[in-house]
Design a protein around this ligand. Structure first.
Ligand SMILES: [Zn+2]
Length: 595
């Protein structure tokens, strides 16, 4: 004991406090979404110190303009004398120094962007992602950081970071850990549990129709399944942060925590709840895939510029792909529910003409400039769905060729074991892992499926595991214009026009307002307006474009009122059923006795 005490005193002396970067945040006007930040940087002999606020935050590959929330920036030396400063780019404040000194800066932050999950303050809580609040200097990015919060009395602060001294103080090994360990502070409910000697917190801000007991029991099952893919865990403690709110939805992964946002009334039904728990699974998987190993272009993070990688489809898409693997294996999701999710992903892919244009590596590289909408669906893909389906194709290929012995999970296990942070992995690393596992060269597969728009044959692929993609028997043929529309008052406004479809060929475009079909005023929705017509009918469409009434004719195309569904093949062979089990970890539905 004595020796330990002596050592810790020695450690305290050899790591002097002045090498730390100390952050404090005072929340004195929460109702106005304002916080006051002070930062103490250690002594430096540089002629100037460049101090930056990130221009994006981890997990969201998009520039966010965070520096725009900063006002009243001031810099002082260690004696309290004001230092001259100037902004030299969108996110950098340059502080001029006359002599070696510590540098203290103060500034105000406006935090009213809940849905971006970077910063939010109101009179009930604050969500603090350091990217939105805490400036850094490249000179001290590797130094330990401390955070002290001055928050209203009844607030409770929770983070993946360890507490420093009080319950509102935290410490991080360096700025990278700080930036990847958000803090939820406010009026919240906190539940803790333990699984396999690791600690977990569930902290929920906001009222909603959630069932905490169900959440806790499923989160316990979920976190126990990490070993389905990897052979160890990269953390000792993990925090699930949940915002039950309005006007925000989505989630973000962090080092040993996640923030999940959902509308407060979207936890109750089975469908909504599955949305919540699969998001939790997604973010939990990221603790390995992205936080413990990630593509080289994202290592180390460059916080003020775009970070390019052609492998984001693995970072996001493979994470989406594994969600159901954990949920099915842990018994949280049934195979029928899993088939529903798979059907949705496959149908969305098949109905996205952009899949013929953009490859997974292109959409990965361009993630930073990707935009949604009409053009995206016709000419782009996305890293989530495309990456998920490529993971499926690769997984089933590996399983089939190895008679169920090798799977895509082994690829991720190898990425975790051999390419842990701070090493980033490359395309060559993934190809080498595939070759080491199988003895086969996957570079042609990669060229055809990753570097070119993939053309997956789902019938062949699903047959290998005893499944089929089929149209429900009750599906009826309907007439379609191959477009979607939203009801805007008395008119239907086209929200998406499918490239090459009947509306597209006739010359209709997004934002055209449909007035009448064959001189008959359209109803509340496009589907019911087309009910009296047959595929192949030639119709007149009256529509308004830029305030002018126009008219054209188009030939209605053939569609179905129900999409295709993934179902178990009743004729599945024992080989197919064995591969199904090797793939997803449970019996093929044909082999499950129903009672
Ligand atoms: Zn993700």
């Amino acid at each position: 004991m004595k020796k330990l005490l002596a050592l810790s005193i020695l450690a305290a002396c050899s790591a002097p406090v002045f090498a730390d970067v100390n952050y404090s945040l005072e929340i004195s006007q929460p109702q106005h979404h304002l916080g006051d930040v002070s930062v103490e940087f250690p002594k430096t002999a540089q002629a100037h110190l460049d101090i930056k606020l990130p221009a994006w935050r981890t997990g969201r590959y998009e520039m966010l303009n965070l520096a725009n929330g900063i006002r009243y920036f001031k810099a002082k030396d260690e004696d309290g004398k004001e230092l001259k400063w100037e902004k030299i780019d969108h996110s950098t404040w340059r502080v001029h120094l006359n002599e070696p000194t510590e540098v203290n800066v103060d500034y105000q932050v406006y935090a009213n962007e809940l849905g971006k999950r970077a910063r939010h303050i109101d009179d009930s809580h604050a969500f603090i992602d350091a990217s939105g609040f805490f400036m850094f200097s490249d000179s001290f990015r590797q130094e330990p950081a401390t955070v002290n919060l001055d928050v209203p009395k009844k607030w409770r602060s929770v983070s993946g970071m360890d507490n420093l001294k009080g319950k509102n103080s935290f410490k991080a090994a360096d700025y990278d850990v700080l930036v990847d360990s958000p803090i939820e502070t406010g009026i919240n409910q906190l539940h803790t549990f333990e699984v396999d000697n690791r600690e977990y917190d569930l902290v929920v801000w906001g009222d909603g129709n959630y069932d905490v007991d169900l959440m806790l029991s499923d989160l316990k099952k979920l976190v126990a399944t990490g070993n389905v893919i990897w052979d160890s865990y990269p953390y000792e403690r993990y925090v699930f942060m949940v915002h039950a709110t309005s006007g925000a939805g989505g989630a973000t992964e962090h080092l040993n925590s996640t923030i999940i946002q959902r509308p407060r009334d979207r936890f109750g039904s089975r469908e909504d709840y599955l949305g919540f728990i699969s998001t939790a699974a997604h973010e939990f998987i990221h603790t390995w895939n992205v936080k413990a190993y990630r593509p080289q272009g994202l290592v180390p993070y460059d916080y003020t510029n775009m970070n390019y990688s052609k492998l984001l489809w693995i970072a996001e898409g493979s994470t989406s792909y594994f969600e159901d693997h954990l949920l099915v294996r842990s018994g949280i999701e049934t195979t029928d529910e899993f088939f529903k999710v798979m059907s949705k992903t496959i149908n969305r892919h098949l109905q996205t003409p952009g899949r013929e244009v953009q490859s997974a590596s292109e959409t990965s590289f361009d993630k930073w400039i990707n935009q949604g909408g009409d053009h995206a669906r016709n000419y782009s893909t996305n890293i989530y769905s495309e990456g998920s389906l490529l993971s499926l194709a690769l997984d089933i290929d590996l399983l089939e060729k190895s008679q169920g012995k090798i799977s895509y999970r082994d690829v991720h296990k190898a990425l975790y074991n051999n390419h842990k942070m701070p090493a980033g992995f490359t395309q060559t690393d993934v190809l080498n892992i595939l070759e080491n596992l199988t003895g086969r060269d996957y570079s042609t597969w990669w060229e055809e499926n990753v570097d070119s728009p993939a053309n997956i044959n789902f019938d062949e692929l699903l047959a290998k595991v005893g499944l089929k993609l089929e149209r429900p028997e009750k599906a009826k043929v309907v007439a379609s214009i191959d477009a979607t529309a939203k009801n805007t008052g008395e008119l239907l406004t086209l929200s998406y026009v499918k490239r090459g479809g009947s509306a597209w060929q006739a010359g209709l475009t997004t934002d055209d307002k449909i007035v009448a079909i064959n001189k008959q005023h359209v109803g509340k929705d496009l589907k019911s307006s087309l009910e009296t017509f047959n595929a192949g009918d030639k119709v007149t469409i009256d529509y308004i474009r830029r305030d002018k009434l126009e008219s054209l004719t188009l030939v209605l195309s053939k569609n179905y009122d129900k999409p295709k569904k993934v179902v178990a093949d009743k004729e599945a062979t024992s080989e197919q059923k064995a591969l199904f089990k090797a793939w997803i970890g449970v019996e093929h539905p044909n082999d499950v006795t129903k009672n």
